[in-house]
Design a binder for this molecule. Structure first.
Ligand code: MV4
Length: 490
């Protein structure tokens, strides 16, 4: 592959192009009318206009993307994340056009896109799963019977759902009929597929996912875990690797389970197997994400492996150059997603002009972004401005670096989640590692953030005063009342 097209925008398009350039591969950007002057367009060797800003007229139009690849002679298409990255129809269309899809085969995308199909695919592999059923259910009487066997609370999930969409917690038998009816009608309208199933509700889980890499020769390895428990309404806030709670034994068991999940669907490329970890440290397979994830950099930092480079090599048909025993974890990495949203106003998107934009630089700091100072943040896409990633020998060092990096990040013109990120990183529950997926709900409110910020200001003022008092004897205050000329005369 001498040239690839990146079917995406923003930070991830740039991220993929950087590795392509490093590998001597030419890059083709695609863009919508509002993204004409975006860094991903400037960075690429060539760029093709797709159409108007709305995604369904630009980044989601399969025919236009394939035509752009043909026109430029691109031999591969990297889908990034979001948009068409987990669309089996697109992966198939790319393959059928004689272009390499830099990702898994359509079969794996299709199987993992359906939770029930995924459960069925892994059935013979002894993967731990939450107690529940493996078929779609419509009969309320049967649902009641199953719920009583499993025990309340239960969770009704849409098979076609993902990222928390189409889930309903049911606390008791009385609520069940109504909740089930709602879950089904929601699933029909949101996904065009009313299949729902029942699981035991794990009340305070941690979200732990395992990165896998699989080549086309049957080799599969895992690159350890990322913990993504700090999230707000299924939008991840802080991700880290490794997780504070995993013991080497649990890590190994989860890694082995993830490799089996990948094998169960003939996976090829980079993928992520999602698990829940309960308070007894039992883990359960939830679903597999068949794309490069937003939070992949933390894995790159602790393993030293460029995941995009691996994706491209795998797509070229190369064998993995390392075995499981060659891989190890060094240090600790954190990622904070910086959004153009107002944490003091219910995280309302705050689009506008990036009047001031200066990101931190330094050892142990990586910023993956797709904007420059002076640019507008368009309303049409995800409001993520950047990913601030820090690395240290220990978790405490990585947290310390994160807090310092947030302090050095200068963004004006739009509200951002930077202060919220700092609140999280300095919170006792986060620092101690004693948290679960309810972190934000349990500990965050706009009032708490205001209180935290005013405490910070007071602390800074007190520190300034102390420095002054401690050093005032040595401080030389120039005497401005008498000029040196006058003194010289005296
Ligand atoms: C669960 C669960 C509790 N019990 N399944 C949410 C996203 C989707 N991938 C699965 N999710 C959950 N499934 C059972 N049986 C709790 C969640 C969940 C969650 C999972 C990971 C990270 C954040 C979450 C927030 C709320 C609920």
């Amino acid at each position: 592959m001498k040239k690839i097209l990146i079917a995406n925008r923003g930070e991830i398009a740039l991220r993929v192009m950087r590795t392509a350039k490093k590998m001597g591969i030419k890059t083709v950007a695609v863009y919508s009318e509002v993204d004409r002057h975006s860094p991903h367009v400037r960075f690429a060797d060539e760029a093709i206009l797709l159409g108007p800003a709305p995604s369904n007229q630009s980044y989601l139009v399969m025919e236009k993307l394939i035509a752009a690849a043909k026109e430029t002679g691109a031999e591969g298409i990297h889908p990034g994340y979001g948009f068409l990255s987990e669309n089996a129809v697109f992966a198939k269309m790319v393959e059928d056009s004689g272009i390499r899809f830099i990702g898994p085969r359509p079969h794996a995308i299709r199987v993992m896109g359906s939770k029930l199909a995924a459960k069925e695919a892994v059935r013979d592999y002894k993967i731990p799963m939450v107690p529940g059923i493996e078929e779609a259910i419509t009969d309320v009487a049967l649902a009641k019977k199953i719920a009583q066997e499993i025990g309340f609370p239960i969770l009704i999930k849409a098979s076609a759902g993902g990222g928390g969409k189409g889930m309903r917690v049911v606390e008791n038998l009385e609520e069940l009929p109504e909740q089930m009816e709602r879950a089904i009608s929601e699933a029909v309208s949101a996904f065009g597929d009313g299949s729902v199933f029942i699981e035991k509700y794990v009340t305070s889980p941690r979200h732990i996912e395992i990165q896998v890499l699989a080549d086309t020769h049957g080799n599969v390895v895992h690159l350890f875990e990322r913990e993504c428990s700090v999230q707000r309404r299924h939008q991840k806030v802080v991700e880290e690797a490794p997780s504070v709670v995993l013991t080497p034994a649990i890590r190994e068991a989860m890694g082995e389970a993830a490799v089996k999940v990948a094998k169960a669907c003939d996976y090829v490329g980079a993928g992520t197997v999602e698990f829940l970890l309960d308070d007894q440290k039992n883990f359960y397979f939830l679903e597999m994400n068949t794309r490069l994830q937003v939070e992949h950099p933390v894995t790159e930092l602790i393993t030293g492996i460029d995941l995009v480079e691996q994706q491209i090599k795998i797509a070229r048909g190369e064998k993995l150059a390392f075995k499981q025993e060659d891989l190890s974890i060094t240090g600790h990495a954190l990622e904070l997603r910086v959004y153009a949203e107002d944490p003091l106003n219910n995280f309302l998107p705050s689009v506008g002009n990036l009047e001031v934009y200066q990101h931190p630089v330094g050892e142990g700091i990586r910023v993956d972004d797709g904007f420059k100072q002076g640019m507008d943040i368009p309303i049409y896409y995800d409001p993520m401005i950047s990913k601030l990633i820090t690395y240290g020998q220990t978790r405490d060092a990585a947290i310390q670096r994160m807090v310092e990096a947030i302090n050095e990040y200068k963004i004006e013109g739009v509200a951002t989640t930077l202060a919220f990120g700092k609140f999280v990183c300095e919170h006792e529950a986060f620092v101690s590692g004693n948290f679960d997926t309810h972190f934000v709900k349990n500990y965050y409110s706009p009032e708490k953030l205001e209180e935290y910020r005013s405490e910070e200001i007071e602390l800074a003022a007190a520190l300034g005063l102390k420095l002054y008092l401690d050093n005032k004897d040595q401080l030389q205050v120039p005497d401005t009342t008498v000029s040196n000329w006058r003194k010289a005369r005296i």
